[in-house]
Design a protein around this ligand. Structure first.
Ligand SMILES: Cc1ncc(C[n+]2csc(CCOP(=O)(O)OP(=O)(O)O)c2C)c(N)n1
Ligand code: SF4
Length: 494
Protein backbone atom coordinates (compact mmCIF):
# COMPACT_ATOMS: atom_id res chain seq x y z
CA UNK A 1 0.00 0.00 0.00
CA UNK A 2 1.22 3.54 -0.73
CA UNK A 3 2.55 5.30 2.30
CA UNK A 4 2.93 8.80 0.86
CA UNK A 5 -0.12 11.00 1.17
CA UNK A 6 -1.12 12.99 -1.88
CA UNK A 7 -2.04 16.49 -0.80
CA UNK A 8 -1.77 20.14 -1.67
CA UNK A 9 1.87 21.30 -1.61
CA UNK A 10 2.85 23.13 1.57
CA UNK A 11 4.20 25.97 -0.52
CA UNK A 12 0.59 26.88 -1.29
CA UNK A 13 -1.54 28.69 1.28
CA UNK A 14 -4.04 26.44 3.04
CA UNK A 15 -6.86 28.66 1.90
CA UNK A 16 -6.96 31.21 -0.89
CA UNK A 17 -8.53 34.47 0.21
CA UNK A 18 -8.60 36.26 -3.08
CA UNK A 19 -12.22 37.28 -3.11
CA UNK A 20 -14.70 37.48 -0.26
CA UNK A 21 -17.36 34.85 -0.82
CA UNK A 22 -15.33 32.85 -3.34
CA UNK A 23 -14.44 29.22 -2.61
CA UNK A 24 -11.21 29.48 -0.61
CA UNK A 25 -10.03 26.13 -1.99
CA UNK A 26 -10.15 26.99 -5.66
CA UNK A 27 -8.12 29.39 -7.77
CA UNK A 28 -9.49 32.04 -10.11
CA UNK A 29 -8.33 30.17 -13.20
CA UNK A 30 -10.85 28.86 -15.71
CA UNK A 31 -11.47 25.10 -15.86
CA UNK A 32 -8.84 23.48 -18.07
CA UNK A 33 -6.40 26.40 -17.79
CA UNK A 34 -2.72 25.43 -17.74
CA UNK A 35 -1.72 28.02 -15.13
CA UNK A 36 -3.07 25.97 -12.20
CA UNK A 37 -1.15 22.84 -13.23
CA UNK A 38 2.06 24.83 -13.66
CA UNK A 39 1.56 26.48 -10.24
CA UNK A 40 1.28 23.03 -8.71
CA UNK A 41 4.48 21.80 -10.34
CA UNK A 42 6.36 24.84 -9.02
CA UNK A 43 4.91 24.52 -5.50
CA UNK A 44 5.80 20.81 -5.35
CA UNK A 45 9.35 21.58 -6.41
CA UNK A 46 9.56 24.27 -3.70
CA UNK A 47 8.42 21.72 -1.11
CA UNK A 48 10.80 19.04 -2.27
CA UNK A 49 13.83 21.33 -2.48
CA UNK A 50 12.94 22.85 0.92
CA UNK A 51 13.18 26.38 -0.47
CA UNK A 52 9.77 27.79 0.43
CA UNK A 53 11.24 30.19 3.01
CA UNK A 54 13.69 31.70 0.56
CA UNK A 55 11.66 31.70 -2.64
CA UNK A 56 10.36 34.91 -4.16
CA UNK A 57 7.72 34.52 -6.85
CA UNK A 58 7.25 37.38 -9.26
CA UNK A 59 3.75 37.49 -10.66
CA UNK A 60 3.30 39.24 -13.97
CA UNK A 61 0.42 41.20 -15.44
CA UNK A 62 -1.87 38.66 -17.07
CA UNK A 63 -4.18 35.90 -15.86
CA UNK A 64 -1.51 34.83 -13.35
CA UNK A 65 -1.35 38.29 -11.74
CA UNK A 66 -2.94 36.79 -8.63
CA UNK A 67 -0.28 34.09 -8.13
CA UNK A 68 0.58 35.77 -4.82
CA UNK A 69 -2.76 34.62 -3.41
CA UNK A 70 -1.65 31.03 -3.87
CA UNK A 71 2.11 30.74 -3.23
CA UNK A 72 3.01 30.94 0.43
CA UNK A 73 6.44 32.48 -0.08
CA UNK A 74 7.87 35.90 -0.84
CA UNK A 75 5.77 37.55 -3.54
CA UNK A 76 6.20 40.58 -5.75
CA UNK A 77 3.81 41.65 -8.48
CA UNK A 78 5.60 43.28 -11.39
CA UNK A 79 4.48 45.87 -13.92
CA UNK A 80 3.67 44.36 -17.31
CA UNK A 81 6.77 42.68 -18.79
CA UNK A 82 9.11 43.90 -16.06
CA UNK A 83 9.38 40.68 -14.04
CA UNK A 84 12.92 39.87 -15.30
CA UNK A 85 14.18 43.30 -14.22
CA UNK A 86 12.65 42.89 -10.77
CA UNK A 87 14.01 39.36 -10.57
CA UNK A 88 17.46 40.73 -11.41
CA UNK A 89 17.32 43.30 -8.62
CA UNK A 90 16.03 40.82 -6.06
CA UNK A 91 18.53 38.13 -6.92
CA UNK A 92 21.45 40.52 -6.83
CA UNK A 93 20.37 42.08 -3.55
CA UNK A 94 19.44 38.75 -1.96
CA UNK A 95 21.70 36.17 -3.59
CA UNK A 96 20.52 33.37 -1.30
CA UNK A 97 16.93 33.75 -2.38
CA UNK A 98 15.39 31.66 -5.14
CA UNK A 99 13.75 34.01 -7.58
CA UNK A 100 11.11 32.75 -10.00
CA UNK A 101 9.88 35.02 -12.75
CA UNK A 102 6.47 33.73 -13.85
CA UNK A 103 5.28 35.23 -17.13
CA UNK A 104 2.68 34.86 -19.87
CA UNK A 105 3.47 35.24 -23.56
CA UNK A 106 2.02 38.75 -23.85
CA UNK A 107 4.07 39.71 -20.83
CA UNK A 108 7.34 38.00 -21.76
CA UNK A 109 7.36 38.10 -25.56
CA UNK A 110 5.27 41.26 -26.10
CA UNK A 111 5.65 44.24 -23.81
CA UNK A 112 8.54 42.67 -21.90
CA UNK A 113 10.44 41.34 -24.91
CA UNK A 114 13.52 43.42 -24.30
CA UNK A 115 13.44 42.76 -20.54
CA UNK A 116 13.71 39.00 -20.97
CA UNK A 117 16.28 39.33 -23.74
CA UNK A 118 18.60 41.45 -21.59
CA UNK A 119 18.16 39.35 -18.43
CA UNK A 120 18.91 36.17 -20.40
CA UNK A 121 21.86 37.83 -22.08
CA UNK A 122 23.27 38.90 -18.72
CA UNK A 123 22.88 35.32 -17.56
CA UNK A 124 21.03 36.31 -14.40
CA UNK A 125 20.87 33.40 -11.99
CA UNK A 126 17.07 33.25 -12.03
CA UNK A 127 14.38 30.80 -13.09
CA UNK A 128 11.85 31.92 -15.67
CA UNK A 129 8.60 30.03 -16.16
CA UNK A 130 7.13 31.17 -19.44
CA UNK A 131 3.47 30.25 -19.95
CA UNK A 132 2.73 30.34 -23.66
CA UNK A 133 -0.98 30.12 -24.44
CA UNK A 134 -0.69 31.93 -27.77
CA UNK A 135 -3.04 34.68 -26.66
CA UNK A 136 -3.63 37.57 -24.25
CA UNK A 137 -5.88 35.61 -21.90
CA UNK A 138 -6.65 38.18 -19.25
CA UNK A 139 -7.80 40.99 -21.52
CA UNK A 140 -10.13 38.93 -23.68
CA UNK A 141 -8.09 36.90 -26.17
CA UNK A 142 -6.25 39.41 -28.30
CA UNK A 143 -3.37 38.39 -30.55
CA UNK A 144 -0.05 37.79 -28.78
CA UNK A 145 3.42 37.61 -30.35
CA UNK A 146 3.05 33.81 -30.14
CA UNK A 147 -0.38 33.59 -31.79
CA UNK A 148 -0.16 31.05 -34.59
CA UNK A 149 -0.57 31.95 -38.24
CA UNK A 150 -4.25 31.59 -39.09
CA UNK A 151 -5.30 31.60 -35.42
CA UNK A 152 -8.41 33.68 -34.82
CA UNK A 153 -8.31 36.13 -31.93
CA UNK A 154 -10.40 39.17 -31.10
CA UNK A 155 -7.84 41.40 -32.83
CA UNK A 156 -7.26 39.01 -35.75
CA UNK A 157 -10.83 37.89 -36.45
CA UNK A 158 -9.81 36.52 -39.85
CA UNK A 159 -6.80 34.75 -38.40
CA UNK A 160 -3.22 35.95 -37.96
CA UNK A 161 -1.66 36.65 -41.31
CA UNK A 162 2.06 36.78 -41.98
CA UNK A 163 1.59 39.82 -44.22
CA UNK A 164 -0.08 41.83 -41.48
CA UNK A 165 1.38 40.53 -38.24
CA UNK A 166 4.51 38.61 -39.14
CA UNK A 167 5.47 35.20 -37.80
CA UNK A 168 4.86 33.95 -34.26
CA UNK A 169 7.90 34.45 -32.07
CA UNK A 170 9.67 31.33 -30.91
CA UNK A 171 11.15 32.63 -27.67
CA UNK A 172 12.96 29.48 -26.60
CA UNK A 173 14.80 29.23 -29.91
CA UNK A 174 15.54 32.96 -29.85
CA UNK A 175 16.97 33.02 -26.34
CA UNK A 176 18.90 29.82 -26.93
CA UNK A 177 21.04 31.69 -29.48
CA UNK A 178 22.42 33.81 -26.64
CA UNK A 179 25.64 32.75 -25.04
CA UNK A 180 24.76 33.22 -21.39
CA UNK A 181 21.62 31.14 -20.67
CA UNK A 182 22.38 27.70 -19.26
CA UNK A 183 19.10 25.90 -19.71
CA UNK A 184 16.07 26.39 -21.94
CA UNK A 185 13.40 23.78 -22.54
CA UNK A 186 9.92 23.81 -24.05
CA UNK A 187 7.27 21.52 -22.57
CA UNK A 188 3.52 21.15 -22.94
CA UNK A 189 0.69 20.93 -20.43
CA UNK A 190 -1.36 18.24 -22.09
CA UNK A 191 -1.45 14.58 -20.99
CA UNK A 192 0.11 13.01 -17.89
CA UNK A 193 3.30 12.08 -19.73
CA UNK A 194 3.92 15.63 -20.86
CA UNK A 195 2.99 17.08 -17.49
CA UNK A 196 5.62 14.81 -15.94
CA UNK A 197 8.14 16.13 -18.46
CA UNK A 198 7.14 19.69 -17.50
CA UNK A 199 7.61 18.74 -13.84
CA UNK A 200 11.12 17.52 -14.56
CA UNK A 201 12.02 20.64 -16.53
CA UNK A 202 10.71 23.02 -13.85
CA UNK A 203 12.70 21.18 -11.20
CA UNK A 204 15.81 21.36 -13.28
CA UNK A 205 15.39 25.09 -13.87
CA UNK A 206 15.04 25.65 -10.12
CA UNK A 207 17.87 23.28 -9.27
CA UNK A 208 20.15 25.23 -11.62
CA UNK A 209 19.45 28.37 -9.64
CA UNK A 210 20.01 26.66 -6.31
CA UNK A 211 23.39 25.54 -7.60
CA UNK A 212 24.18 29.03 -8.88
CA UNK A 213 24.48 27.97 -12.52
CA UNK A 214 22.77 30.93 -14.21
CA UNK A 215 19.75 31.73 -16.35
CA UNK A 216 17.16 28.97 -16.91
CA UNK A 217 13.82 29.15 -18.65
CA UNK A 218 11.03 26.63 -19.12
CA UNK A 219 8.47 27.50 -21.75
CA UNK A 220 5.20 25.66 -21.15
CA UNK A 221 2.65 25.44 -23.96
CA UNK A 222 -0.50 25.92 -21.98
CA UNK A 223 -4.20 25.51 -22.78
CA UNK A 224 -6.48 28.55 -22.59
CA UNK A 225 -9.95 27.10 -23.31
CA UNK A 226 -11.68 30.39 -22.56
CA UNK A 227 -9.50 32.53 -24.80
CA UNK A 228 -9.63 29.99 -27.60
CA UNK A 229 -13.38 29.45 -27.23
CA UNK A 230 -13.13 25.65 -26.94
CA UNK A 231 -13.67 23.00 -24.28
CA UNK A 232 -10.82 22.02 -21.92
CA UNK A 233 -10.38 18.70 -23.78
CA UNK A 234 -10.29 20.41 -27.16
CA UNK A 235 -7.79 22.92 -25.79
CA UNK A 236 -5.37 20.20 -24.69
CA UNK A 237 -5.71 18.51 -28.05
CA UNK A 238 -4.97 21.77 -29.82
CA UNK A 239 -1.81 22.27 -27.76
CA UNK A 240 -0.61 18.77 -28.60
CA UNK A 241 -1.55 18.72 -32.25
CA UNK A 242 -1.32 22.32 -33.46
CA UNK A 243 0.74 24.43 -31.08
CA UNK A 244 3.44 21.83 -30.54
CA UNK A 245 3.74 21.48 -34.30
CA UNK A 246 5.04 25.05 -34.61
CA UNK A 247 6.56 25.34 -31.14
CA UNK A 248 8.54 22.12 -31.08
CA UNK A 249 9.01 20.58 -27.67
CA UNK A 250 12.47 19.79 -26.39
CA UNK A 251 15.64 21.07 -24.81
CA UNK A 252 17.05 24.09 -26.62
CA UNK A 253 20.00 24.66 -24.38
CA UNK A 254 21.56 22.75 -21.54
CA UNK A 255 25.04 23.95 -20.70
CA UNK A 256 24.84 22.56 -17.22
CA UNK A 257 26.42 25.80 -16.06
CA UNK A 258 29.95 24.60 -16.58
CA UNK A 259 32.43 26.34 -18.84
CA UNK A 260 32.61 24.65 -22.23
CA UNK A 261 35.36 24.81 -24.82
CA UNK A 262 37.39 27.31 -22.86
CA UNK A 263 34.41 29.63 -22.26
CA UNK A 264 34.24 31.52 -19.02
CA UNK A 265 31.40 30.53 -16.68
CA UNK A 266 27.98 32.02 -17.46
CA UNK A 267 27.88 35.54 -16.02
CA UNK A 268 24.95 35.02 -13.63
CA UNK A 269 26.61 32.03 -12.07
CA UNK A 270 29.57 33.90 -10.66
CA UNK A 271 28.44 37.33 -9.68
CA UNK A 272 30.49 39.43 -7.37
CA UNK A 273 28.12 40.93 -4.88
CA UNK A 274 28.97 44.37 -3.63
CA UNK A 275 27.20 44.81 -0.34
CA UNK A 276 29.01 46.89 2.20
CA UNK A 277 29.19 50.65 2.17
CA UNK A 278 32.97 50.41 2.25
CA UNK A 279 33.01 48.22 -0.87
CA UNK A 280 30.63 50.50 -2.73
CA UNK A 281 32.65 53.60 -1.86
CA UNK A 282 35.87 51.87 -2.91
CA UNK A 283 34.28 50.88 -6.21
CA UNK A 284 33.23 54.47 -6.86
CA UNK A 285 36.61 55.75 -5.76
CA UNK A 286 34.78 57.92 -3.19
CA UNK A 287 35.61 58.70 0.38
CA UNK A 288 33.22 58.52 3.28
CA UNK A 289 31.70 61.93 3.99
CA UNK A 290 32.77 63.84 7.05
CA UNK A 291 30.50 62.71 9.81
CA UNK A 292 29.18 66.01 11.10
CA UNK A 293 25.82 64.84 9.79
CA UNK A 294 25.80 61.63 11.77
CA UNK A 295 23.53 61.53 14.76
CA UNK A 296 23.33 58.95 17.43
CA UNK A 297 20.20 56.87 17.55
CA UNK A 298 17.93 57.57 20.48
CA UNK A 299 16.47 54.85 22.60
CA UNK A 300 12.78 55.05 21.68
CA UNK A 301 10.18 53.06 23.61
CA UNK A 302 9.53 49.59 22.22
CA UNK A 303 6.20 50.56 20.69
CA UNK A 304 7.86 53.26 18.59
CA UNK A 305 10.80 51.34 17.19
CA UNK A 306 11.05 50.28 13.54
CA UNK A 307 7.91 52.21 12.54
CA UNK A 308 5.99 51.73 9.32
CA UNK A 309 4.47 55.14 8.77
CA UNK A 310 1.68 56.45 6.58
CA UNK A 311 1.32 60.20 6.12
CA UNK A 312 -1.82 61.54 4.47
CA UNK A 313 -3.44 64.86 3.77
CA UNK A 314 -4.50 67.06 0.90
CA UNK A 315 -2.17 68.26 -1.85
CA UNK A 316 -0.34 71.39 -0.72
CA UNK A 317 -0.05 70.35 2.95
CA UNK A 318 3.45 69.06 2.38
CA UNK A 319 2.78 65.46 3.34
CA UNK A 320 5.33 64.16 0.87
CA UNK A 321 7.93 66.55 2.22
CA UNK A 322 7.11 65.48 5.78
CA UNK A 323 7.79 61.89 4.75
CA UNK A 324 11.02 62.81 3.02
CA UNK A 325 12.27 64.66 6.07
CA UNK A 326 11.48 61.72 8.33
CA UNK A 327 13.35 59.44 5.99
CA UNK A 328 16.28 61.85 5.62
CA UNK A 329 16.58 62.31 9.40
CA UNK A 330 16.47 58.53 9.77
CA UNK A 331 19.22 58.16 7.22
CA UNK A 332 21.36 60.73 9.00
CA UNK A 333 20.88 58.66 12.15
CA UNK A 334 22.05 55.52 10.34
CA UNK A 335 18.71 53.74 10.18
CA UNK A 336 17.52 51.80 7.17
CA UNK A 337 14.71 53.78 5.61
CA UNK A 338 12.43 54.06 2.60
CA UNK A 339 10.13 56.80 1.34
CA UNK A 340 7.44 55.99 -1.18
CA UNK A 341 5.28 58.87 -2.40
CA UNK A 342 1.82 58.28 -3.80
CA UNK A 343 0.75 61.15 -5.99
CA UNK A 344 -2.85 62.04 -6.62
CA UNK A 345 -3.66 63.65 -9.95
CA UNK A 346 -3.94 67.11 -8.40
CA UNK A 347 -0.96 68.81 -6.80
CA UNK A 348 -3.16 71.16 -4.82
CA UNK A 349 -6.54 70.32 -3.37
CA UNK A 350 -6.35 66.60 -4.15
CA UNK A 351 -5.32 63.94 -1.68
CA UNK A 352 -1.75 62.81 -1.27
CA UNK A 353 -0.04 60.29 0.89
CA UNK A 354 3.30 58.62 1.32
CA UNK A 355 4.79 55.59 3.02
CA UNK A 356 7.90 55.73 5.20
CA UNK A 357 9.76 52.88 6.84
CA UNK A 358 12.43 53.43 9.47
CA UNK A 359 14.17 50.38 10.79
CA UNK A 360 17.22 48.90 12.41
CA UNK A 361 16.88 45.99 10.03
CA UNK A 362 16.88 45.79 6.26
CA UNK A 363 13.51 46.73 4.82
CA UNK A 364 11.75 44.22 2.59
CA UNK A 365 9.22 46.49 0.93
CA UNK A 366 8.69 50.24 0.88
CA UNK A 367 4.93 49.76 0.86
CA UNK A 368 3.12 50.27 4.16
CA UNK A 369 -0.14 48.34 4.21
CA UNK A 370 -0.54 48.02 7.97
CA UNK A 371 0.85 51.16 9.61
CA UNK A 372 2.37 51.55 13.07
CA UNK A 373 1.99 55.29 12.77
CA UNK A 374 -0.53 57.38 10.85
CA UNK A 375 -0.31 61.12 10.32
CA UNK A 376 -3.80 62.34 9.41
CA UNK A 377 -3.48 65.90 8.22
CA UNK A 378 -7.14 66.21 7.19
CA UNK A 379 -10.45 64.43 7.81
CA UNK A 380 -10.61 62.33 4.59
CA UNK A 381 -7.20 60.89 5.51
CA UNK A 382 -8.34 59.88 8.98
CA UNK A 383 -11.55 58.40 7.53
CA UNK A 384 -9.60 56.47 4.93
CA UNK A 385 -6.65 55.15 6.93
CA UNK A 386 -7.80 54.90 10.57
CA UNK A 387 -8.54 51.21 10.21
CA UNK A 388 -5.21 50.46 8.56
CA UNK A 389 -3.26 51.20 11.73
CA UNK A 390 -2.11 48.20 13.71
CA UNK A 391 -3.47 47.54 17.16
CA UNK A 392 -1.42 49.58 19.60
CA UNK A 393 -0.22 51.94 16.84
CA UNK A 394 -0.22 55.72 17.02
CA UNK A 395 -2.39 58.21 15.12
CA UNK A 396 -1.25 61.83 14.94
CA UNK A 397 -4.30 63.95 14.23
CA UNK A 398 -4.15 67.48 12.88
CA UNK A 399 -6.86 68.62 15.29
CA UNK A 400 -7.08 72.11 13.77
CA UNK A 401 -8.74 70.61 10.70
CA UNK A 402 -10.19 67.39 12.08
CA UNK A 403 -13.03 67.94 14.48
CA UNK A 404 -13.79 64.34 15.32
CA UNK A 405 -12.01 61.97 17.69
CA UNK A 406 -10.28 58.80 16.63
CA UNK A 407 -12.93 56.06 16.73
CA UNK A 408 -10.55 53.20 17.47
CA UNK A 409 -10.06 52.32 21.12
CA UNK A 410 -6.99 50.18 20.60
CA UNK A 411 -4.57 52.83 19.36
CA UNK A 412 -2.82 55.86 20.79
CA UNK A 413 -4.26 59.15 19.54
CA UNK A 414 -2.16 62.28 19.61
CA UNK A 415 -4.10 65.45 18.80
CA UNK A 416 -1.88 68.26 17.59
CA UNK A 417 -3.44 71.52 16.36
CA UNK A 418 -0.70 71.68 13.77
CA UNK A 419 -2.34 74.11 11.37
CA UNK A 420 -3.29 76.44 14.25
CA UNK A 421 0.24 76.41 15.65
CA UNK A 422 1.65 77.03 12.18
CA UNK A 423 -0.79 79.94 11.70
CA UNK A 424 0.44 81.49 14.93
CA UNK A 425 3.98 81.21 13.66
CA UNK A 426 2.91 83.15 10.57
CA UNK A 427 3.35 80.29 8.09
CA UNK A 428 0.30 78.02 7.69
CA UNK A 429 2.24 75.73 5.38
CA UNK A 430 4.60 74.73 8.16
CA UNK A 431 1.91 72.57 9.80
CA UNK A 432 3.82 69.57 8.42
CA UNK A 433 6.91 70.71 10.35
CA UNK A 434 4.88 71.05 13.54
CA UNK A 435 3.73 67.45 13.07
CA UNK A 436 7.28 66.33 12.42
CA UNK A 437 8.42 67.89 15.69
CA UNK A 438 5.44 66.40 17.51
CA UNK A 439 6.30 62.94 16.18
CA UNK A 440 9.93 63.21 17.25
CA UNK A 441 8.98 64.57 20.67
CA UNK A 442 6.32 61.94 21.29
CA UNK A 443 8.14 58.84 20.10
CA UNK A 444 11.72 59.82 20.92
CA UNK A 445 12.91 57.98 17.81
CA UNK A 446 14.69 60.86 16.06
CA UNK A 447 16.73 63.63 17.62
CA UNK A 448 15.95 67.30 17.10
CA UNK A 449 19.42 67.73 15.62
CA UNK A 450 18.88 65.05 12.99
CA UNK A 451 15.55 66.55 11.98
CA UNK A 452 16.92 70.07 11.70
CA UNK A 453 19.82 68.78 9.63
CA UNK A 454 17.40 66.88 7.38
CA UNK A 455 15.25 70.01 6.93
CA UNK A 456 18.29 72.04 6.06
CA UNK A 457 19.53 69.61 3.46
CA UNK A 458 16.13 69.00 1.82
CA UNK A 459 14.50 72.45 1.94
CA UNK A 460 16.85 74.54 -0.11
CA UNK A 461 15.05 77.90 0.16
CA UNK A 462 16.80 79.83 2.90
CA UNK A 463 13.76 81.96 3.84
CA UNK A 464 12.06 78.82 5.22
CA UNK A 465 14.92 77.77 7.44
CA UNK A 466 13.97 79.82 10.48
CA UNK A 467 10.26 79.21 10.37
CA UNK A 468 10.74 75.49 9.80
CA UNK A 469 13.07 75.28 12.76
CA UNK A 470 10.61 77.17 14.94
CA UNK A 471 7.72 74.97 13.80
CA UNK A 472 9.62 71.74 14.46
CA UNK A 473 10.64 72.90 17.95
CA UNK A 474 7.13 74.12 18.76
CA UNK A 475 5.62 70.78 17.72
CA UNK A 476 8.12 68.98 19.88
CA UNK A 477 7.44 71.20 22.89
CA UNK A 478 3.69 70.88 22.38
CA UNK A 479 3.67 67.14 22.96
CA UNK A 480 6.24 67.29 25.73
CA UNK A 481 4.23 69.87 27.66
CA UNK A 482 0.98 67.95 27.38
CA UNK A 483 -0.11 65.31 29.77
CA UNK A 484 -0.78 61.85 28.40
CA UNK A 485 -4.22 60.68 29.48
CA UNK A 486 -4.32 56.95 29.88
CA UNK A 487 -7.62 55.18 30.04
CA UNK A 488 -7.77 51.40 29.82
CA UNK A 489 -6.19 50.92 26.47
CA UNK A 490 -6.31 54.31 24.85
CA UNK A 491 -3.68 56.95 25.15
CA UNK A 492 -4.95 60.38 24.20
CA UNK A 493 -2.92 63.49 24.13
CA UNK A 494 -4.72 66.83 24.01
C1 LIG B 1 1.38 48.53 -19.27
C2 LIG B 1 0.18 47.68 -19.54
N1 LIG B 1 -0.21 47.50 -20.81
C3 LIG B 1 -1.29 46.73 -21.06
C4 LIG B 1 -1.98 46.13 -20.04
C5 LIG B 1 -3.20 45.30 -20.34
N2 LIG B 1 -2.94 43.89 -20.20
C6 LIG B 1 -3.28 43.23 -19.07
S1 LIG B 1 -2.97 41.60 -19.17
C7 LIG B 1 -2.39 41.75 -20.75
C8 LIG B 1 -1.92 40.57 -21.55
C9 LIG B 1 -1.59 39.37 -20.77
O1 LIG B 1 -1.37 38.30 -21.60
P1 LIG B 1 -0.32 37.17 -21.30
O2 LIG B 1 0.96 37.75 -20.82
O3 LIG B 1 -0.22 36.30 -22.49
O4 LIG B 1 -0.93 36.41 -20.05
P2 LIG B 1 -2.26 35.51 -19.92
O5 LIG B 1 -3.32 36.45 -19.44
O6 LIG B 1 -2.57 34.91 -21.26
O7 LIG B 1 -1.89 34.49 -18.92
C10 LIG B 1 -2.45 43.07 -21.17
C11 LIG B 1 -2.02 43.53 -22.50
C12 LIG B 1 -1.54 46.36 -18.72
N3 LIG B 1 -2.15 45.84 -17.68
N4 LIG B 1 -0.45 47.14 -18.50
S1 SF4 C 1 -8.46 33.17 -19.83
FE1 SF4 C 1 -7.14 31.47 -20.42
S2 SF4 C 1 -5.19 31.82 -19.37
FE2 SF4 C 1 -6.74 33.08 -18.39
S3 SF4 C 1 -7.48 31.87 -16.67
FE3 SF4 C 1 -8.87 31.50 -18.40
S4 SF4 C 1 -8.05 29.71 -19.42
FE4 SF4 C 1 -6.45 30.49 -18.10
Amino acid sequence: MRKDILQKPKSFYDTFFRKPGANPQSTHYCPGCGHGVIHKLIAEAMDDFGIQERTIMISPVGCSVFAYYYFDCGNVQAAHGRAPAIATGLKRALPDSIVISYQGDGDLAGIGGNNILQAANRGENITVIFVNNAIYGMTGAQMAPTTLVGQKTTTTPLGRSVENEGYPLRMSELLATLKAPVYIERVAITDAKHVMQARKAIRKAIQNQIEGRGFSMVEALSPCPTGWGVTPCEAKKWVAEVMAEYFKLGVYKDKNGTPQNGESPPPGAKREIVTTKKEILALLGAKEEATDHKFTQLQAGENYQNPRIKIAGFGGQGVLLLGRLLSEAAMLSDYHTTWLPSYGPEMRGGTAHCHVNISNKRIGSPLVSEADVLFAMNLPSLDKFENEVRKGGVIFVNSSLIQRRVKRKDVEAVYVPATGIADNLGQTKSANMVMLGAYAGYTGLLSLKSILAAAESVVKRKEFKKVNEKAIKTGMEFVRNRKVKRSESVVELH
